[in-house]
Design a protein around this ligand. Structure first.
Ligand code: URA
Length: 212
């Protein structure tokens, strides 16, 4: 695992992440396999990013009648997939935190200016919560920053961004906008093409996830 502490970003180096990334990059990977790989990478990034979570402690009674002190997941986690591609991560992450509220923000990009436009937003209370923003493709950083600005205004306890791929400019923009955000990525790519797509990238993650 490599960490770029200057940008608060961690590149998660794991054989399963690398193999899934190979599938995601391959233009011949069919929809179902793409969705499975995206969910798998989301789960592995969440695994790494949640290491620092503060566990709650409680007591349970075992089938043998003994009382045991046990750890319990905190009820502070909020998952925030950015539509559409973030839904691909949600599938992999939600089984680990089934009761966590799911906030949703829908953002489209103007294809000429590449500026983000929010067309949908449902945010539960975020103050004091550990918010995980799911944005598989961190390209210009415009969409992520539009969300991060809204979330940080609600004063969460922590802010984490999970992405399969990040362009260096996207990482820098996120760090400039919300430097407290911890970023976990499968890989940092070379840059962006003229349409704002990540290079070498994996294409349009939302289209490939949903078969559109
Ligand atoms: N969104 C995508 O789906 N792919 C990119 O390369 C950039 C943004």
């Amino acid at each position: 695992m490599e960490a770029s502490s200057s940008l608060n970003a961690t590149e998660v180096a794991h054989p399963l992440v690398a193999a899934s990334l190979g599938l995601l990059r391959d233009k011949n990977t069919p929809k179902a396999a793409f969705a499975a790989a995206l969910a798998g990478v989301g789960a592995l990034l969440f695994w790494e990013a949640s290491r620092a979570l503060r566990l709650a402690t409680t007591q349970v009674t075992t089938p043998g009648g003994a009382v045991a002190d046990v750890s319990a997941r905190p009820d502070t986690i909020v998952l925030l997939p950015i539509l559409r591609a973030g839904l691909g991560f949600l599938r992999g992450i939600e089984p680990w935190v089934p009761g966590a509220p799911v906030a949703t923000v829908g953002i489209s990009r103007d294809h000429t200016t590449l500026e983000p436009r929010i067309y949908h937003e449902t945010l539960p209370p975020l103050a004091g919560r550990d918010v995980f923003v799911l944005e598989p493709m961190l390209a210009t950083g415009g969409s992520a920053c539009a969300v991060l600005e809204r979330v940080r205004a609600a004063q969460p306890a922590s802010l984490t961004l999970l992405s399969v791929l990040a362009a260096p400019v996207g990482l820098a923009t996120v760090h400039q906008t919300a430097p407290e955000t911890r970023v976990f990525v499968a890989a940092i790519d070379e840059g962006l093409d003229a349409r704002g797509y990540i290079v070498p990238g994996l294409g349009d993650a939302g289209d490939r996830l949903l078969g559109t």
